[in-house]
Design a protein around this ligand. Structure first.
Ligand code: TTP
Ligand code: MG
Length: 343
């Protein structure tokens, strides 16, 4: 069987890095994103900048605990709208390179470039640079013969890592890593293995398949057996067709200025129509979304007679939809979605 070439991309301190990019004054400082940004309230850390991690702050830690460890950190609320729109940009870049993209979460994806003529390393370097140019954010990249190893690789030299694991290095790379690095090994399995005297993946490979099945059941036992040896044949699962494309912007300051709202919508429309054209799609349905102060969200949609990729027509439609909204309250977010896509 031909060796597969899988690329795994994982953005560094994703939510925190986005906040540091849009507030340059936070760069180089400990930033903690979580809850509504008030460390005295209940809530957990979504993520922390690498500067904040030096104080032992980690994802899922209570905000109060994070505050105790680093009271001078900058605490910020989670802004999913913004993070999703950055995520979409990143995924769109990836899809330009290869149609086999599996987004795993907002900041993480696998690409299968096995059939590409270009070397995986070259594609990955270009992707990393494009992400930096177009979002100002750093990604960590892993390249390996399968998903399991590509994910381990991208994690090895964070942040801004670029790590390749070759077939003949698998054992060497895995043996010293904690068992926790393996997919599916969480706290419970980790402490169970620890009680058996096993801390590293290398130690795990010394257990026979029978022993593993005895302790962990047939399926999970087999998985541990294979994964500890770097064996993983799971495919990169692709969504074949995007059902819709969207762009949205949250204002730093809520506004009722219709001129500003119109120009925001125009920018978003230009952007989304560009993606539509680049991906070779046409769309029939245009939806405009407005979120007012107080988180009240209203959407209005129109379906055209014919699918189109014409910026003029999509913009005219968006503008006519915008005119149907009321602007008695200030606007927090403006968005556009084009759906009913056909290749
Ligand atoms: P991760 O990729 O796990 O973390 P990260 O990107 O912040 O940092 P790094 O990859 O450099 O280690 O998760 C991506 C985003 O998902 C993260 O920025 C915030 C969010 N997230 C949570 O909201 N809760 C969590 O418990 C975790 C782990 C992540
Ligand atoms: Mg990440």
């Amino acid at each position: 069987m031909q060796e597969r070439r899988i690329i795994h991309i994982d953005m560094d301190a994703f939510f925190a890095a986005i906040e540091q990019r849009r507030h340059p004054e936070y760069q180089g400082k400990p930033v903690v994103v979580g809850g509504d940004g008030d460390p005295h309230k209940r809530g957990v850390v979504s993520t922390a900048s690498y500067e904040a991690r030096r104080y032992g702050i980690r994802s899922a830690m209570p905000l109060r605990e994070a505050y105790r460890r680093c009271p001078q950190a900058i605490f910020l609320p989670v802004d999913y709208e913004e993070y999703s729109s950055v995520s979409e940009k990143i995924m769109a870049i990836l899809r330009e390179y290869i149609s086999f993209v599996e987004p795993v979460s907002l900041d993480e994806a696998f690409l299968d470039v096995s059939d590409s003529i270009r070397p995986a390393e070259e594609i990955a370097r270009e992707i990393k640079n494009r992400i930096m140019q177009e979002t100002g954010l750093t990604a960590s990249i892993g390249i390996a013969p399968n998903k399991l190893l590509a994910k381990i690789a991208s994690d090895l030299n964070k942040p801004a890592g670029f790590t390749i694991i070759k077939e003949d290095e698998i054992e060497k790379v895995l043996s010293g890593l904690p068992v926790r690095s393996l997919w599916g090994v969480g706290k419970k399995t980790e402490s169970y293995l620890k009680n058996m005297g096993i801390n590293t993946i290398g130690q795990l490979t010394r257990l026979s398949l029978e022993t593993l099945k005895e302790h962990f059941g047939n399926a999970f036992g087999l998985m541990l057996y294979e994964h500890s040896r770097g064996i993983d044949e799971s495919p990169v699962i692709t969504e074949w067709e995007p059902k819709s494309m969207s762009r949205e912007t949250t204002y730093q300051r809520d506004t009722r200025d219709l001129g500003q709202i119109r120009s925001t919508l125009l920018g978003l429309t230009v952007d989304v129509v560009k993606s539509l054209k680049d991906d070779g799609y046409k769309s029939r349905t245009v939806t405009v979304k407005i979120r007012y102060q107080g988180f009240i969200t209203v959407t209005k949609a129109k379906t055209l007679d014919e699918p189109t990729d014409s910026l003029d027509l999509i913009w005219k439609t968006a503008l006519s939809l915008l005119s149907k909204f009321e602007f008695d309250k200030k606007v927090r977010l403006v968005g556009i979605r084009i759906s009913n896509l056909i290749p």
